[in-house]
Design a protein around this ligand. Sequence first.
Ligand SMILES: [Zn+2]
Length: 262
Amino acid sequence: MIFESHAHYDDRQFDVDREDLLRVLPSKNVGIVVNVGADMKSSASSVALAQSYDYIYAAVGVHPDEVESMDAACIDRLRQMAQDPRVLAIGEIGLDYFRKEGHACKDTQKYWFRQQLDLAVELEKPFIIHSRDAAEDTMEILQEFGKAHPDIKHPGVIHCYSYSPEMAKQYIAMGYYIGIGGVVTFKNAKKLVETAKEIPLERILVETDSPYLCPEPNRGKRNDSSQIRYVIDKIADIRGILPEEVEKQTEINARNMYGLLQ
Ligand SMILES: [Zn+2]
């Protein structure tokens, strides 16, 4: 079965048919979905979805684009939400320097990134990193985190990985998993294809980031977890192995990281 490690079914784009879609996903070989929060509201919605569907679990956290309005009370609420046993991780959290206007400055992003990393440590949960156009600062903060917590063997996943294969190997040496989604099927995805080829299969998680980043041949359409099979097929093709092997190993990997053992 497919372990979808990162989706956003609380997104407005699913308002028209959310229940119908979520009812049929398990019949399309999607065995587990982690619905990931991106702000306070979507974190609460993620928990609600996880409480409504057996195969859906949640992550709670605030995305770097949304941290401008955060305060200490938000950390308290995230801590409360994470008491639900269906909350497996803190995320998505990190740094995003892509959009400049209307979003928090670098220092504010770094501050709330560190605060949420501390929360993950306190709750003994893994975390889901979003990092865009912020390669150096993300690495610096996670290296500093690694020095402070050498006992944490597998701290989390670098979701929708977009940097170099060399940096992916560096993250793997630090214990991280690498999240690969629809982008690996895109024509211009040279770096990610190299990464998917060169890193150990034991450290890859597959994801959609639904409703975004729909893989080829459906690029541009609304994404959902059934589309993850194109990602699995592509990774299998790149590595010269069977899709079943990729599906099986990425399930084991995600179970290990999220602590959802069979
Ligand atoms: Zn996401």
